[in-house]
Design a protein around this ligand. Structure first.
Ligand code: ZN
Ligand code: ZN
Length: 153
């Protein structure tokens, strides 16, 4: 085996080296790193082994204690229509209204309040886009111009 062969083999193995994690943000970072590595190794994508014995963790998580009345008020106000794309909720719940999620325009993690002037009801697609989308800044500005109860905290 020549030095060149060894290098190619190492590169192939280097494609999948993501660190398994229970943290969803960390998982998202690892996935993005794996995808950019895969782009660099196009054509050399071995099928990852995954795991047949998925481990659990009981690490203590910090969670925000949220007010259900804020969620209910925002959802009732939205009346089954996404406040971001203005389309009807994509599906109905078992009981009651269309499925919308409540998003904090200034996130709780960055110190935003859990109040109706900082929350919108949106469809799952818009919700993900508001967190991860390339155009999330534009979406946020658009929300402020259309949803008049919102306050810039
Ligand atoms: Zn939407
Ligand atoms: Zn959100």
């Amino acid at each position: 085996m020549t030095a060149g062969d060894v290098e190619i083999e190492l590169q192939e193995q280097a494609v999948w080296i993501g660190k398994p994690t229970a943290d969803t943000d960390e998982l998202d970072d690892e996935v993005r790193r794996a995808i950019s590595r895969a782009w660099k190794h196009h054509g050399l994508l071995p099928r990852p082994e995954g795991s047949n014995t998925v481990e659990k963790t009981s690490a203590s998580l910090q969670r925000f204690i949220r007010d259900p009345d804020v969620v209910a008020w925002v959802q009732l106000r939205a009346d089954g229509k996404c406040e971001a794309c203005e389309k009807p909720a994509p599906f109905k719940r078992d009981v009651g209204s269309g499925f919308l999620e409540v998003h904090h325009v200034k996130t709780l993690a960055s110190g935003g309040p859990d109040t109706v002037d900082n929350a919108i009801a949106c469809c799952p697609n818009c919700h993900r886009e508001l967190h991860y989308g390339k155009n999330r800044g534009t979406m946020k500005r658009d929300l402020f111009s259309r949803v008049h109860r919102l306050f810039k905290h």
